[in-house]
Write a protein that binds this ligand. Structure first.
Ligand code: TYD
Length: 223
């Protein structure tokens, strides 16, 4: 069933700068008159926040890759029914900090879980819902890791269960993003995440504007 709203997800390895960029993009879209919902995964709902705490911060080192996968989809199923579907039905542009492309990149390419298993779960637990547009902020994993370490130092936050993974893990995740973007170039755009915040913001704007322009009903000049 077509929705009047649109779902745009922001993706990339930890430290790629997407939360700053998503906030800038949301502010700009609101200024242009769009009704915007900003949300995130895992999280976005009370249930999702509890799952986020468990998966990211509980220090549950023993959490198995399949349990991690199931928890990501549990958070998403709740997020979809509580936030995303109502907003799509009401015509909002939803900006989502991570969605199922994260699961393919992290649990699939990063942890090594079969992509078919993930695709099957997507069909059932996400009701087949995919972002209309996914923006992958691409930066070298070593640079991303350095940014994460610097940020955690300045905010005095502990690294998450993912942030403690090494460069090899994040290189697989990055490659995963590049692979899935090659498979779905219409839906997934890779954006160079290096450069100033403003440079990256401008690249993202171009992409979102082109996408939204394409969604508008065409007026015909034919008589
Ligand atoms: P977060 O602190 O939001 O990191 P970031 O700001 O980089 O997004 O943590 C989210 C983490 O959860 C991130 O390391 C990626 C991971 N994740 C998955 O592994 N699979 C998923 O499906 C999702 C949504 C997130």
């Amino acid at each position: 069933m077509p929705y009047s709203g649109k779902l745009i997800s922001f993706e990339g390895v930890d430290g790629c700068g997407k939360s700053t960029q998503m906030a800038l993009a949301a502010a700009r879209l609101r200024q242009s008159g769009y009704n915007v919902v900003s949300t995130l995964e895992p999280g976005g709902t009370k249930v999702g926040q509890a799952i986020r705490e468990l998966v990211l911060h509980s220090g549950a080192a023993e959490l198995s890759p399949l349990a991690e996968l199931a928890l990501m989809f549990a958070a998403r199923a709740q997020h979809i029914s509580e936030i995303i579907l109502p907003a799509l039905n009401s015509g909002y542009v939803i900006l989502c900090d991570r969605f199922t492309d994260s699961t393919f990149a992290y649990q699939g390419y990063g942890r090594g879980i079969s992509l078919k298993v993930i695709a099957d779960l997507e069909n059932t637990l996400s009701q087949g819902l995919r972002p209309d547009l996914t923006l992958v902020l691409d930066i070298p994993p070593a640079l991303a890791a350095k940014r994460t370490v610097d940020r955690n130092r300045s905010t005095e936050e502990c690294p998450t269960r993912f942030e403690i993974e090494g460069l090899e893990f994040f290189s697989r995740v990055r490659e995963g993003y590049l692979k899935i973007s090659r498979r779905e170039p219409q839906r997934i755009s890779v954006i160079d995440g290096q450069g100033s915040i403003e440079e990256v913001h401008n690249r993202i704007n171009q992409c979102i504007d082109a996408f939204l322009e394409n969604q508008r009903p065409r007026t015909s000049n034919a008589i």
